[in-house]
Design a protein around this ligand. Structure first.
Ligand code: PMV
Length: 349
C-alpha cells in the first residue's frame, strides 16, 4: 500500500472593477489591458480544492461538484505541466523528496455558488487548484509567481491568488513572465467595503468569456478605443481611488467600466448580450438611488453574465439593500440575493 499525499486550498471569486476583456496571446492568456478586481470573502463565493497524489494513481482526474470532468484541455494541462516542472526542480535538488512530479493527481473541487453563470467560477477554480497543488508540492514560489500559472488556466484566476484589491499587470514580454497579479491593498485597508451579489440567473452563460473575447477583439472598433484610450488612464485613477478609499470615484469608475465592457460586447459582430432586462433594471435602480441621495453610495458591475455585483459601504447597507430588495423581489427572473462582506485577510492559504 503506497502513501497518498494530500493538500487542500480554497480561493474566493474576484469581481473586476476594471475589466479584462481581450487576449493578445490566446495560448499564454496574455491580456490586451491591465485590470483591477476585488476579491470576495472566503465564506461567500469560493472554490475548495483538495489534491491527492500517489504512485498508484493511473491517470490525472478532476471532479467538480461531484461530477467527473476531462483534464485533457490546454488550460488545465498548461497549469499542471508548469507546477510539475517546478516540483521536479526541487526533487533534483533534494533526491530524498518523494517523486510527486512523476505521479498522477486526483483533484476534487467544490463551488459553493452556480458554476459558469458569469460569477467568475473559473477564476476561483484555477486559483484554488494552483494553490492546492503548490502546497502539495511545497513550492517556494510566492502568490505573484503562482498567479502567472493560474493565469494560464483562466486569465482572471491570477487575481484570486490575493485577497483584497488586486491588479493584474498586463506586462509587455512575449513569454508572459511579467503578466501577473499584484496586491494594491489588503482587505482590511477598506473595512467598510461590502458587496451584494444579485443572482439574476444561475444558468450557464451561452457565450463563454474565451469565445466572446475573441469575437470582440476581431470585430469591434470600439474595443480598440477602449484598450488604447479608456483603460490606461482609468487604471491609475482606480488605483488612487482604492488607496484613498474614495468611494465616489471608485463607484463611478466601476460602473463606467462595466458599461464600457458591455458596450464592446454589443459592438462585436455578431453582438454578444450578457445583460438581461433584469440586469438593466438593476442599473437604472442604482442610478436612481444615487441621484436621490446626491452622491454615489452604490456601484453595479456585471461580468460575462446577467448577475450583478453591487459595491457599497456598510453605513449605506440599509438603504442600498432596502431599495434592491424592495424593488427586485417582484421582478421576473429574480431568484436570490446575498450580501457578502469583503474580508479575506489571509488571501489564498
Ligand atoms: O478569466 P476569464 O477568461 O473567465 O475572463 C473574465 C472576464 C470578465 O470576468 C468579464 C472580466 C474580468 O476581468 O474578470
Amino acid at each position: 500500500m503506497h502513501e497518498i499525499y494530500t493538500a487542500s486550498s480554497s480561493a474566493p471569486v474576484n469581481i473586476a472593477v476594471l475589466k479584462y476583456w481581450g487576449k493578445r496571446d490566446t495560448n499564454l492568456n496574455l491580456p490586451t489591458n491591465s485590470s483591477i478586481s476585488v476579491t470576495l470573502s472566503q465564506k461567500d463565493l469560493r472554490t475548495l480544492t483538495t489534491v491527492n497524489s500517489s504512485r498508484n494513481f493511473e491517470k490525472d482526474s478532476l471532479y467538480l461538484n461531484g461530477v467527473s470532468h476531462s483534464i485533457e484541455n490546454d488550460r488545465t494541462t498548461n497549469c499542471l505541466e508548469q507546477l510539475r516542472s517546478l516540483r521536479q526542480q526541487l526533487e533534483e535538488d533534494d533526491p530524498n523528496l518523494p517523486k510527486l512530479s512523476q505521479w498522477k493527481l486526483h483533484i476534487i473541487s467544490e463551488n459553493n455558488f452556480p458554476t459558469a453563470a458569469g460569477l467568475a467560477s473559473s477564476a476561483a477554480g484555477f486559483a484554488a487548484m494552483v494553490a492546492a497543488i503548490s502546497k502539495l508540492y511545497e513550492l517556494p514560489q510566492d502568490a505573484s509567481e503562482l498567479s502567472r500559472i493560474a493565469r494560464k488556466g483562466s486569465g482572471s484566476a491570477c487575481r484570486s491568488m490575493f485577497g483584497g484589491y488586486v491588479a493584474w499587470e498586463m506586462g509587455e514580454k512575449l513569454d508572459g513572465t511579467d503578466s501577473k497579479a499584484v496586491q494594491i491593498a489588503p482587505p482590511e485597508h477598506w473595512p467598510n467595503m461590502k458587496a451584494a451579489i444579485c443572482i439574476v440567473s444561475d444558468l450557464k452563460k451561452d457565450v463563454s468569456s474565451t469565445s466572446g473575447m475573441q469575437t470582440t477583439v476581431q470585430t469591434s472598433e470600439l474595443f480598440q478605443y477602449r484598450v488604447n484610450q479608456v483603460v490606461p488612464p482609468r487604471y491609475s485613477q482606480m488605483v488612487d481611488a482604492i488607496k484613498n478609499r474614495d468611494f465616489e470615484t471608485f463607484g463611478t469608475l466601476t460602473m463606467k467600466d462595466s458599461n464600457s465592457f458591455h458596450a464592446t460586447c454589443l459592438d462585436s459582430y455578431p453582438p454578444i448580450f450578457y445583460l438581461t432586462d433584469t440586469s438593466k433594471k438593476i442599473i437604472k435602480l442604482i442610478h436612481t438611488l444615487n441621484d436621490a441621495i446626491g452622491k454615489v453610495v452604490a456601484a453595479y458591475t456585471f461580468d460575462a453574465g446577467p448577475n450583478a455585483v453591487i459595491y457599497y459601504e456598510s453605513e449605506n447597507e440599509e438603504v442600498v439593500l432596502g431599495v434592491l430588495f424592495g424593488v427586485l423581489s417582484n421582478v421576473d427572473g429574480w431568484n436570490e440575493m446575498n450580501s457578502a462582506t469583503l474580508k479575506v485577510p489571509e488571501g489564498v492559504p
